[in-house]
Design a protein around this ligand. Sequence first.
Ligand code: AME
Ligand code: ZN
Ligand code: ZN
Length: 413
Amino acid sequence: DDAIVSRFQEYLRINTVQPNPEYYKAVDFIISQAKPLSLESQTIEFVKGKPLLLLKWVGSDPTLPAFLLNSHTDVVPFEDSKWTHHPLQAHMDHHGDIYARGSQDMKCVGMQYLEAIRKLQASGFKPLRSVYLSFVPDEEIGGHDGAEKFAESQLFKSLNIAIVLDEGLPSPTESYRVFYGERSPWWLVIKAKGPPGHGAKLYDNSAMENLLKSIESIRRFRASQFDLLKAGGIAEGDVVSVNMAFLKAGTPSPTGFVMNLQPSEAEAGFDIRVPPSVDAEALERRLVEEWAPAARNMSFELGQFKQKLTGKQFLTAADDSNPWWGLLENAVKEAGGRTSKPEIFPASTDARYFRKAGVPAFGFSPISNTPSLLHDHNEYLGKAEYLKGIEVYVSIIKAYASYESKSGSRDEL
Ligand SMILES: CSCC[C@H](NC(C)=O)C(=O)O
Ligand SMILES: [Zn+2]
Ligand SMILES: [Zn+2]
């Protein structure tokens, strides 16, 4: 167990923090881990400097579709002064909790896949289906140069993947959370223009006033969605979330912002997440007519990383019609765990690109009894929970790799 935990800590200590992740250090480390497992390995640069590592554990029946275990190698930035231990130290405290950026999101999962394969090989298990592992870059900044290009590639098609597993979220209870779809991310910048003027003058249609009207309207909508959630009976992934990411306005000067000048431009950035169950077109109309009406000198554009998905959202069946669902549920049970009712992922993962390519995907991180600290200060994972998660993957990989039916092919799902 000590060696297993040390390997996890080693991966956590590699600085793959956006916006300058040391991707090759991570890839070299994973390759070194895969060597003793005799996995086939290839590194693909869809975009220069952003390697995607693809590993393969070859199954004995090449006529059966394979399955893919995906994880991203990058992590989000942190404010290290707000942490109890430095987020790149991977310090384990006396409770066995390992503090590090990526301990939950999602270096744990990437390493757990490999550790599970190591255990299966040690037990003499031989897969029938091939098992692929992808370690992808850039998930945290939209996945365009990583999983999106991979899922759209000829290479991906040639792998003949029947099912993908990707990241989920920690569960504060005993039951693991599983995700079969996601909300669509809309990252919008709403801009207002208006006549400038003296700070002492009351007049209509200033940029600030126009923007504030929009913010008020957006906040009323946010409150209505939040009220639905607070009332209960509806999941986080089934309401629209709206949060302001930034406010940018004012006329800067070397001594601070000018106080007696009403600026001619003002803008605000919003992170909006739209569930598959919500009419995205109606929301778009609301955006055009109420939140950024041209009549009020307003416009909108996409923020950085250009996140806005409209149109069809792809969901993976999480019922008897999908054999991979039952196999997953059962495998978790056999490892002594329990899955809760499948949910819509409240944020975004690379799974959306695989689903879009026509391949079903589940979001699943085997972390129970743990607060969700993705992107938060003091992200940690308990050693016991990490080790238990490896056993869960042993069970899942065994079940998936042994599934004989040809009905696990993509066309029939
Ligand atoms: C929209 S691309 C960024 C991806 C990131 N994923 C997670 C899981 O936090 C997010 O939802 O913000
Ligand atoms: Zn993640
Ligand atoms: Zn993340």
